[in-house]
Design a protein around this ligand. Structure first.
Ligand SMILES: Cc1cc2nc3c(=O)[nH]c(=O)nc-3n(C[C@H](O)[C@H](O)[C@H](O)COP(=O)(O)O)c2cc1C
Length: 266
């Protein structure tokens, strides 16, 4: 219990003067997921949430994009009707805890992908006054329709400009685009850039697996009850954590110590 108190205190001290950043994204063919991995590596203090359709295994591009087209058409016809939006899996996130929200989404027929629209339809009203950044992945179309959707679904958001458009063909090489965009918009602020500048290891949690980029001397993971779950040296393997849970991850590298709160998503 004593150890938990110490860790929580450190966390508060490290983040008190920082913006809290949430990255929320949807990805069907994993281009946006790849982009978010690169983004998260630059924002080690940010929490990352992936939106998932309630029904698994749907192929939106099958039969000439029939399903994807139908979903977008339904939203266009009745954008104010909750039944127009496809169901998504429950998302456990306290939006009030964040100052900045980065929304990353594919483009579908000049609009925001339908599952992301569902999340924002139900939650965008809680983003009033927050800085909002938009990242859009598309094959070739411009992103203005997605920006329009974002403004409609997050009416009180303080959108940063510009949004970041990453074409599918640029996905594997998007690191510099993301770095430039964060610099230009100021998003991410002091949540992670300071840490990265110190060459501290970057903690990531993608699809339920915890990993650390960069070398470190010791990695410790605690649950919020203060139980030590992992205590390993540099070559500790990636650690699987339970979905929807929150952990404190402490990484020690030389004289540098970083404590991150990690929300696990699947
Ligand atoms: C239903 C559907 C509609 C799409 N419509 C467009 C489009 O109008 N213009 C475009 O450039 N790309 C379009 N795409 C391609 C995606 O925007 C692109 O492949 C994107 O990188 C996918 O991101 P993801 O891998 O994160 O799902 C569409 C994809 C799907 C599944």
């Amino acid at each position: 219990m004593k150890r938990l108190t110490v860790l929580l205190t450190m966390f508060v001290v490290m983040t008190a003067a920082s913006a809290r950043t949430l990255v929320v994204y949807y990805s069907f063919t994993n281009n946006t997921a790849t982009i978010v991995s690169s983004l998260a590596a630059r924002l080690p203090g940010a929490d990352v949430v992936r939106i998932e359709p309630a029904e698994e295994g749907l192929v939106y591009a099958a039969d000439g994009y029939a399903l994807g087209s139908a979903l977008i058409a339904a939203i266009r016809e009745n954008p104010d009707d909750a039944s127009s939006y496809p169901e998504i899996k429950p998302v456990s996130v306290d939006l009030a805890a964040y100052d900045e929200i980065i929304v990353a989404t594919p483009l579908w027929w000049s609009n925001m992908a339908a599952p992301m629209q569902t999340f924002l339809f139900h939650n965008g009203g809680q983003m009033t006054g927050k800085r909002v950044g938009l990242i859009v992945s598309s094959a070739s179309s411009g992103i203005s329709g997605v920006e329009d959707d974002a403004h409609r679904l997050i009416p009180g958001g303080e959108f940063v400009s510009p949004s970041l458009w990453i074409r599918s063909s640029q996905t594997g090489n998007c690191h510099d685009m993301i770095a430039g965009w964060l610099d230009e918009t100021g998003l991410g602020g002091s949540t992670g850039i300071v840490t990265a500048a110190n060459d501290a290891p970057v903690v990531r949690c993608v699809n339920g697996a915890l990993s650390v980029d960069g070398s470190y001397d010791r990695l410790s993971v605690y649950d919020l009850a203060g139980n030590l779950l992992v205590d390993g040296a540099d070559d500790a393997p990636a650690t699987a954590l339970a979905a929807d849970d929150v952990y404190l991850v402490r990484v020690v590298s030389g004289q540098t110590e970083v404590v991150n709160k990690v929300v696990v998503t699947e």
